[in-house]
Design a protein around this ligand. Structure first.
Ligand code: SF4
Length: 84
């Protein structure tokens, strides 16, 4: 009986950990998608130092995309952010 309870408890804990891990990996995947969609010049003229800095800023406020004068696929980037 105690074996069944332990097995059920361990299964529950493992499934919760897997859900957290999946969410974490999905978020990282989306962040990579945003970074790939940015021009990649790393010129810093947006004020965030690099495209990676812009990606981090976009995660907080999607309107900062207007600060990059080189980006041509704003709609694609907006879709990725909205699906986060
Ligand atoms: S202005 Fe655009 S290309 Fe230049 S670093 Fe910022 S996001 Fe990248």
């Amino acid at each position: 009986m105690i074996g069944v309870i332990l097995f059920t408890l361990m299964s529950f804990i493992i499934s919760i950990l897997l859900v957290f891990l999946n969410n974490f990996l999905e978020k990282n995947e989306k962040e990579e998608e945003i970074l790939k969609a940015l021009p990649g010049y790393n010129c810093g003229s947006c004020g965030f130092g690099s495209c990676s800095g812009m990606k981090d800023a976009l995660l907080k406020d999607k309107n900062v995309i207007s600060k990059c004068k080189f980006v041509k696929n704003k709609e694609e980037i907006m879709k990725i952010i909205e699906n986060l």
